[in-house]
Design a protein. Structure first.
Length: 256
C-alpha cells in the first residue's frame, strides 16, 4: 500500500537510525481494513525526539493522513523503548498523531511526551499481529503487557469514550464492546469480532444498537453513517447495560 510506504519513508527521514522498528497494529492486523479504518502504526525509538523532529514528523503526517482521494486517516504513535521495556504503567508516549487531533496541532504545534495508558493496548496488538514494517520482530523489541495493565488501560479510556458518545456513536459502541470482550476473555479482538462476542452475551432488547454499529463499521464511511430516532433512543440504555457488564456505573447524560 503506497500510503504505508509513505509513512515508513517519513519515519525514516525524520528519525533515521534512531527508529528501532515500525509496526502495524489496529484493524489491519486484527481483521482487515474496513471502509473507515485508520492506518495504525507504532514506532519504537532509541530516544525522545527534539522539537525540530516533532515538527517535521507532524508536517509530513499532515500531507499523508487524510480521508479524501483514496487516503486513509493515519494514527501514528512513537514510544521510546526504555519507557516500555521493561514494562511499566502508565507508560509515557513520545508522540501521538491522529486525524481527530489535526485541528489542535495546526493551532498549537506538535505533540509532546505524555502518559499514554493506551500503549498497553497498542503494544499488545503489535505483539499479537507481528507485522513489522521496519526493524526486528516486535517480540525482540517490546515486553509483553500484563493482563492487569490491559484492564487498567481499557478502563482508563472509558470516561473519554462516553464524552464522545453522541458525536461518535459507532466507534464508542464498538469500542465498549471490545473493552468488555478484552476484560472477559483476555485478548483484543477486531471491533466486529468483539461485537459478535458481546452480542452473544446481551439480551435481545440490547442487541440492535450494537448490530447497527457493527453493520456501519463493516460497510460505511463516516459520511454514510445514519441512526434512526428509534435506534438513537436505545443507545444510552445499551451503553448502560454494557457498562453494568463491565461493572461500571451507568451514564448520566440524557439521551440524544
Amino acid at each position: 500500500m503506497d500510503q504505508i510506504q509513505e509513512i515508513v519513508g517519513l519515519v525514516g527521514d525524520v528519525l533515521g537510525p534512531e527508529a528501532i522498528g515500525t509496526y502495524l497494529h489496529g484493524s489491519l492486523v486484527l481483521g482487515g481494513l474496513k471502509p473507515a479504518s485508520d492506518l495504525d502504526v507504532l514506532v519504537v525509538s532509541h530516544r525522545r525526539m527534539d522539537d525540530q523532529e516533532r515538527g517535521a514528523l507532524l508536517e509530513g503526517l499532515f500531507k499523508i493522513s487524510g480521508s479524501t482521494a483514496g487516503s486513509r486517516p493515519v494514527e501514528l504513535t512513537v514510544v521510546v523503548r526504555s519507557e516500555v521495556c521493561p514494562w511499566r504503567f502508565p507508560p509515557t508516549g513520545d508522540f501521538l498523531y491522529g486525524e481527530w487531533l489535526r485541528d489542535e496541532f495546526e493551532a498549537t504545534g506538535a505533540p509532546q511526551p505524555e502518559p499514554m495508558p493506551d500503549l498497553a493496548l497498542l503494544i499488545t496488538m503489535v505483539l499479537a499481529g507481528d507485522r513489522p514494517l521496519t526493524g526486528p520482530p516486535p517480540a525482540q523489541v517490546l515486553a509483553p503487557v500484563p493482563h492487569a495493565d490491559l484492564v487498567r488501560a481499557s478502563l482508563a479510556g472509558i470516561p473519554h469514550l462516553l464524552d464522545d458518545l453522541d458525536g461518535d456513536t459507532r466507534n464508542v459502541v464498538l469500542t465498549l464492546a471490545r473493552i468488555w470482550t478484552t476484560l472477559a476473555i483476555g485478548e483484543i479482538r477486531s471491533k466486529d469480532a468483539a461485537a459478535d462476542w458481546a452480542l452473544a452475551q446481551l439480551p435481545p432488547e440490547h442487541r440492535r444498537v450494537l448490530e447497527h454499529a457493527k453493520e456501519l463499521y463493516l460497510n460505511c464511511r463516516y459520511s454514510e453513517e445514519n441512526w434512526s430516532e428509534e435506534l438513537r433512543a436505545q443507545v444510552r440504555p445499551h451503553v448502560d447495560r454494557v457498562l453494568a457488564e463491565i461493572d461500571l456505573p451507568p451514564t448520566t447524560a440524557p439521551a440524544a
